[in-house]
Design a protein around this ligand. Structure first.
Ligand SMILES: Cc1ncc(COP(=O)(O)O)c(C=O)c1O
Length: 385
């Protein structure tokens, strides 16, 4: 996969020595800018937009998010509890399978419960209805638009969603359908997916009150066809007579945060290798999982000295990538990776006892900086026993 970041933006002016290292720094002005775009799409189309907490659950910024979006979506009990404690608004909960021991509590917190299979609907529909939650089913449109199989919920043999070819009748309790099939994509893949499943949607429209089109829509990237999206969402809402929902993660926090780190040492093996205090496996696991190469703040666009940047863990593959530098960095130098607010902060671990990055909020208009979280040995110790 490739980073979708459009560049450093105002982070080019941020003095990296102002925060402890490592540290996530989120620009609340950039976040607000994304939220304004999403609110405009919501108003123009009549669709409701939820924040997918799995991508970005920095709750110190929940009041800002709530000022613009209708609520959140959770992947399980803890995210649902976080939604209730910090975000408010509507809550949609979806999991590939719910646990019986947690279900009543999740249902009591949720407005919509989305089941992954007809079997899960049959198992939990009565409890969901009793808790006052609207019952939904995730469908697998069986229309692939994903470039990478690991990120394609429509890939052959996928466990995510009930394949539409298996559905003749929807369970009577179902009043909403959910699909999530895209990953950091533009409007055209969504339009093609809707075209592929519209006959199915029309066949079941009398039973439906809502349709949730999931996430993966990179609406806040400047080149996204927002007019096309508004037109499609409006048409679907009117034709099917349903409330449309989007549940967005990346798009909310896109290009709104960086991860600042520091060079610890520079070794040589077939060229310079800088060991930094940012670990791919502990702090940016998508670098290894996706995999992808995150953009580096200030990297020259041509020329420069190639330097391998690697993390401080024992893992031989804890390598972030090879980056160009005007001069080989020295121990103590700062650097930052772009577009790290989503799917990095939520995925960190303390493997090797490596410290979790601090979290800071920067306001790029006023230049005000607030350090909202620092971790210490106690955070490491309390996760183990
Ligand atoms: C069911 C579901 N909804 C929403 C999202 C959010 O997607 P994104 O962050 O790409 O917008 C995801 C991401 O994996 C998801 O699995």
């Amino acid at each position: 996969m490739q980073t979708q970041s459009t560049g450093a933006g105002r982070f080019a002016q941020f003095d990296l020595s102002r925060v402890p290292s490592p540290c996530f720094v989120v620009d609340e002005v950039a976040l607000r800018h994304n939220l304004e775009i999403l609110q405009a799409v919501s108003k123009a189309s009549g669709a409701e937009i939820l924040l997918a907490l799995k991508a970005f659950s920095m709750w110190s910024l929940a009041p800002l998010v709530r000022a613009y979006l209708s609520g959140t979506c959770a992947s399980g009990l803890w995210e649902a509890q976080l939604a209730q404690s910090h975000y408010g608004g509507q809550l949609t909960s979806y999991a590939p399978a719910f646990k019986a021991s947690e279900f009543d509590e999740i249902a009591s917190l949720s407005d919509h419960i989305v089941f992954n299979s007809a079997a899960q609907v049959a198992r939990f529909e009565a409890q969901a209805q009793q808790a006052g939650a609207s019952v939904g089913l995730r469908i697998n449109p069986e229309h692939s638009e994903g470039e990478v199989e690991k990120y394609d919920p429509c890939a052959a043999g996928s466990r995510l969603g009930q394949p539409i070819s298996q559905i003749v009748e929807l369970p009577a309790s179902v009043t909403g359908l959910h699909m999530h099939t895209l990953c950091e994509q533009g409007f055209a893949p969504l339009a093609r997916t809707i075209e592929a499943i519209e006959p199915f949607l029309h066949a079941h429209k009398d039973q439906l009150k809502w349709l949730n089109l999931g996430g993966g829509h990179l609406i806040t990237r400047p080149d996204y066809d927002r007019d096309g999206l508004v037109h499609l969402l409006t048409r679907l809402r009117e034709d099917l007579d349903v409330q449309i929902y989007l549940e967005l993660g990346t798009s909310v926090a896109f290009d709104a945060g960086i991860l600042v780190g520091e060079v610890l040492d520079v070794a040589q093996n077939q060229g310079p290798i800088a060991i930094v205090d940012i670990s791919a496996t502990c702090h940016m696991p998508d670098v290894l999982e996706a995999p992808y190469r995150p953009a580096l703040l200030g990297e020259p666009t041509s020329g420069g000295q190639p330097v391998v940047l690697g993390g401080p863990s024992c893992l031989a593959g804890d390598v972030i990538g090879t980056y160009a530098f005007d001069a080989v960095p020295q121990a103590g130098d700062r650097m930052a990776f772009l577009d790290q607010a989503h799917y990095s902060m939520v995925k960190t671990s303390t493997f090797n006892g490596i410290a979790l990055p601090s979290i800071a909020i920067w306001n790029s208009d006023s230049d005000a900086l607030r350090l909202v979280k620092q971790f210490d040995y106690g955070d490491f110790e309390t996760r183990l026993s």
